[in-house]
Design a protein around this ligand. Structure first.
Ligand SMILES: O=C(O)CCC(=O)C(=O)O
Ligand SMILES: [Fe+2]
Length: 368
């Protein structure tokens, strides 16, 4: 399903509601799914009852932004991996991550290192992706060994390991170019990334109430308040609904909606990040970034990090993106091992040599 369109005419909504109600009955009665076309099968399999009732109850004007879940707080804040002392997170930092949704900024690369990397990123962002065949900011680490080397820097990955465990994958990266006077990035959140096509999640954590993913966000330029640095709604980790009947002026790239969320309900933290520093945050918390009110652009990149025990896009050939419009075929996509060892081998994987050279060399496939 595509979340992009505005609310449809009443007759179409009635038809959609009838169709979705049938799928709900199908799910309730546990009828055999294999006879259903793939799209319907995916909805019956992957949608929670809450997702059905939100969309049906609102007359097709509201939906959960992603697969709904609430974070379970750990009973103690202990690191899940041993790392060298300079990269160690304190118990307080671990607790802050769970409570506020982010930690940092941490110093990492020098502004000088960022200077000509910036030129490479800007050029890459404008060219067609060899992986997907069109211009997209996604997954350009497959083509840029320098970007890949920054991503797997131990100052970053050791910190992630203390939250997620020692063996880590990156399943997606993205370049974030925010042009001069670009608008805010709408308040948003994501859990398993079913948000892309509302059929299949991208990632399949065994327990959604755990902390199963980290976003690493690296500032290539200074991300000041004026240039639209990131902002976080501290504590807002339960999955919200979006209302797509309104006429939201803000957006998240190609998507337009209003999140069921009020800024005054929790502290909002604006987090300026200097060139070469990074933040760790969790996409499940409500976050966004302010407008760029300056004449200069703001450049950053992010990556999504998970433990190797989580499968990504199993049996999925392509997905359609709401946010970065387009049909993303996955035959040249794979996860990339950032740290440790991948003992599980659950997902298609880009061979390390390909990441080092930036040349596509096929994708390693999990055993059937
Ligand atoms: O760079 C931004 O402004 C937004 C980044 C973001 O939302 C993300 O990395 O998940
Ligand atoms: Fe985000």
């Amino acid at each position: 399903m595509n979340m992009k369109p505005k609310v449809r005419p009443l007759w179409q909504r009635l038809l959609l509601m009838a169709g979705l109600s049938m799928l709900l009955v199908y799910k309730l009665l546990h009828l055999p799914r294999f006879i259903l076309p793939r799209d319907f099968n995916s909805i019956v399999t992957n949608w929670d009852y809450k997702m059905f009732t939100k969309l049906l109850g609102s007359g097709f004007t509201k939906a959960y932004i992603d697969q709904p879940c609430t974070l379970r707080m750990p009973t103690e804040f202990k690191p899940k991996a041993d790392v060298p002392q300079p990269h160690q997170l304190s118990g307080q930092e671990l607790q802050d991550f769970y409570e506020n949704g982010f930690i940092g900024p941490f110093d990492c690369f020098s502004p000088t290192e960022m200077v000509d990397f910036k030129e490479e990123m800007l050029a890459l962002e404008k060219t067609k992706s060899k992986t997907y065949g069109f211009v997209t900011p996604r997954d350009r680490h497959f083509e840029s060994p320098r970007l890949w080397n920054f991503m797997k820097d131990s100052r970053i990955t050791d910190r992630c390991a203390q939250i997620l465990g020692p063996d880590l994958l990156c399943w997606r990266s993205q370049i974030f170019y925010k042009g001069p006077h670009a608008p805010a990035i709408q308040w948003h959140q994501a859990t398993t990334f079913i948000v892309e096509d509302y059929q299949d999640p991208a990632i399949f954590p065994p327990d959604r109430s755990e902390m199963f993913q980290i976003t690493v966000w690296v500032a290539v330029d200074d991300a000041t308040l004026e240039k639209g640095c990131l902002r976080f709604a501290c504590g807002a980790n339960d999955t919200r609904a979006i209302d797509f009947s309104g006429d939201s002026k803000d957006g998240f790239y190609d998507a337009s909606y209003t999140l069921d969320f009020r800024e005054e309900d929790q502290p909002i933290r604006y987090v300026p990040v200097k060139s070469g520093q990074f933040l760790l945050f969790t996409e499940r918390f409500v976050h966004g970034s302010g407008p760029n009110t300056t004449d200069q652009y703001r450049l950053a990149f992010n990556m999504r990090v998970i433990p190797t025990s989580i499968p990504v896009y199993p049996n999925k050939k392509y997905y359609r993106s709401v946010y970065n419009g387009g049909k993303y075929f996955l035959d040249q996509w794979g996860v990339a091992l950032l740290r440790g060892e991948d003992r599980h081998q659950l997902s298609r994987t880009i061979p390390p040599e390909a990441l080092e050279s930036g040349e596509f060399q096929g994708v390693l496939r999990p055993a059937a």
